[in-house]
Design a protein around this ligand. Structure first.
Ligand code: 5GP
Length: 201
């Protein structure tokens, strides 16, 4: 069985990446979402083990020490990291693995997996991003301001990504995401064994 592809997705907070990924996952059952570990506090709409594996800083630091993380970073004062084993197991099982991580972690993953597919999700505008963050109502005013400033910084990394998807209309963004995955799976470097299979007939 051929290995799955690794898909790295980054987007500033409030760009709707969670919704895009939820819908993409429900429409393509070969996709596997890598649940990250984090030391940040759980939000009311989140579930431990589904949204994130929620850890104390001490527990997270133990994971670092034990080499359990593929990559990790500190973002807005909290640790975030990708558990290594699940990603490796799923890729070996032929699943296409999605990592939803920020730009620094994405750069580190690209160094480890040069063939990974890097997707950056853009807001239609900063005005719209501000509106969405206020509507979400999960963060106070100061946090929102900090997140918008971070979003501007993150956007300067977007040129390093293979694909840019604008989340204006959700349905279109989900279609775009799934089209990218389909196209990546059709790359000769990924599915070249089809040629050998045909020639062996
Ligand atoms: P949030 O607190 O809004 O859920 O996430 C904050 C940022 O951390 C987002 O940009 C998210 O993509 C990123 N993030 C989530 N999990 C990981 C991870 O495992 N590694 C890295 N490097 N970033 C992550």
């Amino acid at each position: 069985m051929s290995k799955g592809i690794l898909i790295v997705v980054s987007a500033p907070a409030g760009c709707g990446k969670d919704t895009i990924l939820e819908q993409a996952l429900s429409r393509n059952d070969n996709l596997f979402y890598s649940v990250s570990a984090t030391s940040r506090a759980i939000r009311p709409n989140e579930t431990d083990g589904v949204s994130y594996h929620f850890k104390t800083r001490e527990q997270f630091e133990d994971m670092i020490k034990n080499g359990e993380l593929l990559e990790y970073t500190e973002y807005c004062g909290n640790y975030y990291g990708t558990p290594k084993k699940a990603v490796e197991d799923m890729l070996s099982a032929g699943k296409d693995v999605i990592l939803k991580i920020e730009v620094e972690g994405a750069g580190n993953v690209k160094k480890m997996f040069p063939d990974c597919t890097m997707i950056f999700i853009l807001p239609p505008s900063f005005g719209e991003l501000d509106r969405r963050l206020h509507k979400r109502g999960t963060e106070d005013e100061e946090t929102i301001k900090r997140r918008i400033a971070t979003a501007r910084e993150e956007l300067t990394y977007a040129r390093n990504y293979d694909y840019l998807i604008v989340n204006g209309a959700l349905e279109k963004a989900v279609d775009d995401f799934l089209s990218v995955v389909d196209a990546e799976k059709m790359k000769t470097a990924v599915c070249g064994s089809l040629i050998d299979t045909l020639l062996s007939e």
